[in-house]
Design a protein. Sequence first.
Length: 467
Amino acid sequence: METDVLVVGAGPTGLALGVDLARRGVSALVVERAGTLFPGSRGKGLQPRTMEVFDDLGVLGAIRAAGGPYPVGMVWQDGRRAGEHRMFEPAEPSEEAPYDEPWMVPQWRTQEILHARLEELGGRVAFGRELTGLTQDAAGVRAVFASGADVTARYAVAADGGRSAVRRLLGIAMTGETLDPHPTLVADVRISGLDRDNWHLFPPRGPGDGFLAICPLAGTEDFQLVAEFPDGSAPDLSLEGLRKVVAARSHLAPEAVTQVRWASDFRPRAALADRFRSGRVFLAGDAAHVHSPAGGQGLNTSVQDAYNLGWKLGAVLRDGAGPDLLDSYEVERRPVAADMLGLSTRVHRGETRRGGATRQLSLGYPDSPLTCETRTDPGPLRAGDRAPDGRVDGVRLFDAFRGPHWTLLALGGAEAPGPTPRIRVVQGSAPAAYGPGLYLVRPDGYVGWAGTTAAGLADYLATVGLR
């Protein structure tokens, strides 16, 4: 079988990439070793920047309907409510950033929504396809599977998680550390005797004991249970095992746990792949960076990887951009992943709170080779920054950005050049977040080029396939 892009792994990263490629008319095949989508809640928090990405990919309505805001933490002591604990620093929505808070959706539901969108666009996932071999040459990539036909592709993307088979076959190492050697249990359970208005927190009762947290999963009848085992014992993932943990660490009776829907144990670690690319193969998501779940950055950083890579593959495969454009993926994403790993680790260790940085709205690419700032005295928004929302003479900018195209903003009297294919032009008064000037917004919502006049814009367009 032949395809333009082979995506290995049908988690949030692979599915988001599949959606982005499908809407660009790029032939892509997503393959998944398992027989079904991942069944657990693991990555349940969607940061505001990811909500903006999902707006663009056409799934925001389904995501909002499927989830809800995070509940306030409630600390319990000896069977009594001892006080509230705010998990996140508060934020207010604004015209520039309309999605102000993390949105809770269990990972399994996020994947269902992305999968449905992929199929709506004509894409598909091939399940039960375990990768066993990968070779490449100047023309493309050949993938071999435990069963089924080989697949040849012009490019391949490893989105197959922290134990990535693709990364192993490529011989790319990961550098990092185990943040906590003690096992941590994560499970989706049905439980009685707790309200769904709070994230219930049970601190350790004594030395050597572990914490217990039980969080209602928005949009479901389930709770996510998290328990640490500081004595190093292996968690019992059975119904009886979880009942013992809940009874020992809370005021609830064992019978309060009525069902286990999914359970896993892991050891939090932070690791970064030494490279994000080997020839025609790219690493994305957990295959490229593994986070502690404490900061709520892993799934979100992974979706940003897919969003960054998707438009670049489309530009090379469909729009005539040179293959050198793909070099910018690692240049842009690896430093961001390293920063987010540091943030996740600090949150895990209690060195910082879940505040503005975790929302990922301040991330940008100021040092990217795709960033060109031609103004000598830039205003509040510079090339490389995330393009904020706002209104230009009644036109909402996020509505203008939505889709696989580029957008040229001609604001505050700046004159736009003549029409260019695949670029939408919005002209009018300048929102305060922008200031007057010309802003060329990339398909992933960052300002690629900025100037007071169009001088130099044509040269920039040629480098990204917009001749």
